[in-house]
Design a protein around this ligand. Structure first.
Ligand SMILES: *[C@@H]1O[C@H](CO)[C@@H](O)[C@H](O)[C@H]1NC(C)=O
Ligand SMILES: *[C@@H]1O[C@H](CO)[C@@H](O)[C@H](O)[C@H]1NC(C)=O
Length: 256
């Protein structure tokens, strides 16, 4: 007990010296569709699976003691077949701090992050990998949205360009445990006992079998398999929507 209190005090002193954790950031924030949300509805660390939301979006959660979690689900334009966009899901969590110049630095637990990239018209497999990306936001603003009359978070990327506005969805935040999850270890020991395939290892490629799953009448919301039909419809709706790709290539270094 004594030890952990001393540890916390040490952490707080460090934070005061290096930056702060502003209380107005605390909560779970989500873009307008409010369907992509951090927490167990987006990433299942026990089964090591990303769970597809019903709508694309972005969500960030922040605690008052320096932890964050982020969830992304974005469509990716497909220039060679515009009617068949790909999709990408990313999940990360870790520690954040507000720096003296007002910027935010988000440092993920590198082994925990996950990405699922699906380009259904370029091949039948979605690619599931580890993912880690430190993020810096030049500044942020929390204000009351004049139209919706709810708290709104404006984040600005390192170059000053705005991220789509996010609205407060939960306070306190809805998050997975803020300690490192490192589901790889659980997976490794499960397969070492030769017990089952239910705790899948982190295969680099996951068969894009969502249709089969649906036909079998699985009640599970399609997990780890991005729904190509849904993305197709989204692609139609997003024509000309300039914000669509703002995160894609820069964050991911993907070739379109
Ligand atoms: C973090 O990402 C970089 C760049 O993709 C990669 O080289 C590195 O291995 C990753 N680290 C972990 C622990 O996954
Ligand atoms: C967003 O969704 C959550 C969970 O369904 C709900 O509790 C919350 O009120 C919603 N927020 C907005 C702004 O619609």
């Amino acid at each position: 007990m004594k030890y952990s209190i001393a540890g916390l005090a040490g952490l707080a002193a460090f934070a005061t010296a290096q930056g702060t954790w502003p209380s107005d950031l605390v909560g779970t924030w989500s873009t307008k569709s409010n369907k992509t949300l951090t927490g167990p509805g987006f990433f299942d660390p026990l089964n090591d699976e990303l769970i597809e939301p019903s709508r694309t979006g972005i969500s960030y959660s922040f605690t008052d003691d320096g932890y964050y979690e982020s969830a992304y689900y974005r469509a990716i334009a497909n220039p060679t077949s515009p009617d068949c966009p790909g999709g990408i899901m990313q999940w990360q969590h870790g520690k954040f701090v507000k720096n003296a110049d007002g910027s935010l630095t988000l440092e993920p637990f590198k082994v925990d992050g996950r990405q699922l990239l699906s380009k259904p018209c370029d091949g039948k497999n979605a690619i599931y990998t580890r993912y880690n990306q430190t993020e810096t936001f030049q500044k942020y603003e929390v204000l009351t949205d004049p139209y919706h009359n709810i708290p709104r978070l404006n984040l600005y990327q390192f170059d000053g360009s705005p991220v789509n506005p996010m609205y407060l969805a939960f306070s306190p935040p809805q998050m997975l445990p803020t300690s490192t999850l490192n589901p790889m270890q659980a997976t490794a020991s499960a397969s070492a006992t030769g017990k089952s395939n239910s705790k899948r290892g982190l295969d680099p490629e996951v068969p894009l079998g969502w249709k089969v799953e649906l036909e079998k009448g699985s009640t599970q919301q399609v997990v780890q398999h991005i729904n190509a039909d849904r993305l197709w419809w989204l692609g139609l709706g997003m024509t000309g929507f300039g914000g669509l790709l703002y995160m894609g290539p820069r964050r991911l270094g993907i070739r379109l």
